[in-house]
Write a protein that binds this ligand. Structure first.
Ligand SMILES: Cc1cc2nc3c(=O)[nH]c(=O)nc-3n(C[C@H](O)[C@H](O)[C@H](O)COP(=O)(O)OP(=O)(O)OC[C@H]3O[C@@H](n4cnc5c(N)ncnc54)[C@H](O)[C@@H]3O)c2cc1C
Length: 418
């Protein structure tokens, strides 16, 4: 029997989870993980939370890969798929043959449109930066330190985009003593994700802690001295030392454009995470879109898809049972101003009714989203990861609002210790 060969492109959450799960399932064939970002795979969620700290070390957030069977970790970038010959083609021209190829190249940050100002100019481009990779974090750390050295003051940082990444980063940089201006186009940018009550809590904390929470778009941007001058759509201007782009992401599929893979806001996959139109190719993580659903861009989701795609590959290579369809939970957590925010399911404030369940005066907030049948389709908790863990199975089961309310009351009662 020939040895089966699996190539995983992308060593982020989904790619490394797939490698780990394949070995856990006893896959003993050739396994190659193509790592497009050196020097080691790492936890991307730490890029803004840990790697912006002045003494940050990449080693502290590196991903540990299974060492019980050799996995080749290859540094390089894939530039295409040769589907007829079943090979991944790398930028240096080398080819990796596969029986199964798992595409897990994640997403790329959206950047400010070039029309905003001469963004290509060398002076400007260094001071305007996305925050996705460890290199981006290193670059921002250097800029912050440089401002401190030259001006002996904290840096003035403009963050464009006030959703999760922008909000978390604003909190981190403010805690580090910098002056942060968070610029977003919507009044309550988090309401769509968290519901109005908890989004309002976030907004109030921003107003209390940041140098500015500005509802506007950036109209233009130019170098001013050794910083940047921003003209905003509300008619005001702002001078900062650097600008961080936190404008969301797009699936990183450009390298697949010449392949026949079906691409539609990501790689289109079936409910087992197989590419819908090409045999032997699979996808997981930020760039995978299950047919009929929307793409999800969260760490836990990418890990879960990575593990699931490995089970599907193992089944298709005739080693283990069919894992069944992937069931997205949509759950994720974030940490803002000292409080955990846990999102269970996928809130849809436009479709569902928002009900606030936390007792008045309690530090913890709970918002649930209910369907027309009074079933809970999603929930957001603020300040209690323990409560979130108790509510998770109820959200999955779409429990009745009354049942969820009882659990909230019991968990938050003064004798429960939460
Ligand atoms: C700063 C930051 C903080 C975040 N915080 C949170 C959080 O608190 N909670 C949460 O749920 N989510 C968070 N997220 C989102 C989360 O990190 C992503 O959803 C998750 O990393 C997606 O995993 P992935 O494996 O699909 O992609 P990625 O982790 O992006 O991995 C993709 C990998 O593929 C590589 N690659 C790309 N193109 C190629 C190529 N052509 N060849 C070879 N390799 C390639 C990339 O270099 C990368 O290493 C955060 C994201 C960022 C940027």
């Amino acid at each position: 029997m020939t040895v089966a060969s699996v190539v995983i492109v992308g060593a982020g959450a989904a790619g490394t989870a797939a490698a780990t799960q394949l070995r856990t399932l006893g896959f003993d064939g050739d396994l190659t993980l193509v790592h497009g970002e050196g020097p080691v795979p790492y936890n991307r969620t730490a890029v803004n939370k840990t790697l912006l700290q002045p003494d940050a070390r990449l080693e502290s957030v590196r991903t540990v890969l299974p060492d019980d069977a050799p996995t080749v970790l290859l540094t390089g970038r894939a530039q295409g798929l040769d589907i007829p010959r079943r090979a991944v083609v790398l930028q240096d021209g080398s080819r990796l043959s596969y029986d199964a190829a798992i595409i897990a190249t994640g997403a790329r940050p959206r950047l400010l449109p070039a029309r905003v100002g001469g963004l290509d100019g060398p002076a400007l481009s260094g001071l305007v930066t996305p925050l996705r990779t460890s290199d981006d974090a290193d670059h921002i750390r250097r800029l912050l330190a440089d401002v401190g050295r030259r001006h002996e003051r904290p840096a003035r940082v403009g963050i464009v985009g006030a959703s999760l990444l922008g909000s978390e980063t604003a909190d981190v940089l403010t805690t580090l003593g910098h002056e942060v201006f968070l610029i977003g186009a919507a009044a309550d940018p988090m309401a769509r994700r968290l519901g109005t009550t908890i989004a309002r809590w976030v907004r109030k904390r921003h107003e209390e802690h940041l140098a500015g929470l500005i509802e506007a778009r950036v109209d233009s941007l130019e170098v001013a001295g050794d910083g940047l001058r921003l003209a905003l759509s509300n008619g005001t201007g702002l001078t900062v030392d650097l600008v961080i782009e936190a404008l969301g992401v797009d699936p990183d599929v450009d390298w697949l454009r010449d392949s026949p893979l079906a691409l539609d806001d990501g790689v289109l996959v079936d409910d087992r995470l197989r590419a819908v139109n090409v045999e032997g190719v699979y996808a997981a993580g930020d760039l995978a879109r299950v047919e009929g659903s929307t793409r999800i861009e969260h760490w836990g989701h990418a890990l879960a898809q990575g593990a699931h795609v490995a089970r599907t590959v193992s089944h298709d290579l005739r080693r283990t049972e069919d894992p069944g369809p992937f069931g997205p939970s949509g759950s994720y957590s974030t940490w803002l101003y000292g409080k955990a925010i846990n999102v269970l399911g996928s809130p849809c404030p436009r479709r569902d009714r928002e009900v606030v369940l936390a007792p008045p005066g309690h530090e913890t907030h709970v918002t649930v989203f209910t369907s027309a049948e009074h079933r809970v389709s999603a929930a957001v908790t603020l300040g209690s990861a323990k409560l979130a863990n108790r509510l998770r199975p109820l959200v999955v089961a779409r429990a009745a609002v009354e049942e969820v309310a009882d659990v909230v009351t019991a968990t938050l009662s003064p004798t429960s210790g939460v």
